[in-house]
Design a protein around this ligand. Sequence first.
Ligand code: SF4
Ligand code: SF4
Length: 401
Amino acid sequence: MEKVTLKKDDNIFECLSCGACSSSCSWFEGEGGPVPRQIIKMAALGLDDLLIQSGMLWDCLLCNRCTQNCPMGITMAKVVRKGRSHPNAGNLISEDIKKGIKSRLSTGDVNGLTREDFIETVEWMSEEFVDEVNDPAACIPYDQKGAQFLYLPNPRELGINLMHLTAMAKLFYASNQSWTMSSKHTDVTNWGYFISDDKIAREMALMVIEPAEALGIETLVLSECGHGYHVLKILAENLIGRKPNFEIISMPEFILRYIEEGKIKLDKNTHPYPVAYHDPCNLGRKSNLYDAPRQVLAHCCKEVIELTPNRENGICCGGGGGMLQDSKSKPKRMITGKAKADQIIASKVDYIAAPCLSCHRQLGDISNHYKLGVKIDTIAAMASRALLLPGMNDEPPKSSK
Ligand code: SF4
Ligand code: SF4
């Protein structure tokens, strides 16, 4: 068989064998796991099959924390993704990921939600939303041509976490801007990125971009999803060979924009205790989005504190790289999440905000496993809870802790 070398286009031959990558990896002190220096050396030596069989390519969280500390700037996520795309690596893809990709490509949703399911769910939620905001004209719109904003949810918001979608609707309602959802694409995720199949990743990106362009929207607002943001904001242009003809922002960026315009008003007393911010690797280190979520938190919490280390050196939650999407991965995720759990214990915080629903789930799992007793929330859910809507809640909302 033709060798698909990992060497091309990478600077892996510049590796100094210094080991800075290994000591930065969340797994380094834990049992098993990838050894970043070994990955690079095996790739440089052309030991493709040995590297694939080692399992390290799928154990890597694609978090790039090692890259941050590599003196030669070797980008681990790029090398590992190239390895995952090797023809001999296909049988290591988890069955859950294969199934999710199949559903996403056939229905537009990783959980297989059909267009009819979507419409039924959103229309029912729309009726509830009228009561929520006490306004008979309120609704959760879909397929509205010419709306300014299109909201792309996380599949969990149309399944097990419907309340999160209601919270987002409330923020759009408060901003008083025209917005819509789309029954043609209901999923911010892109699992083609995890398996490093650019053909699939491209198809999934186009499933979002083309219907959005057909609706004539100005701005696509992405649900809080780390890898979804990274793919659509940073990688999509290369994947599809052109720029989408609309702006792409995350939900926290949307909220901040309308806080700054004075349209969205939040009450800091809603969360009258210290809240720590967790940097999702795909949003922060890999997409350079650090400040907007922190600024939104500063408007809806009494005190925002930092975990140490943070920003570029932030510690991965332990669920990245497709690990969380594999239902058999929990024992491993509790090892990959140990560094995060230790950080949370050392920081003595009991409330963490993370603008990524995957981090949200993994942080909840490690909190239970390590008995951390921390509450995990998303930025947008906290902002929505703290909303001051004229005539509705002149009294500040009660603390929800
Ligand atoms: S898990 Fe993160 S730090 Fe470890 S090898 Fe992978 S990208 Fe590097
Ligand atoms: S930090 Fe960079 S140079 Fe050092 S061993 Fe790792 S990949 Fe090689």
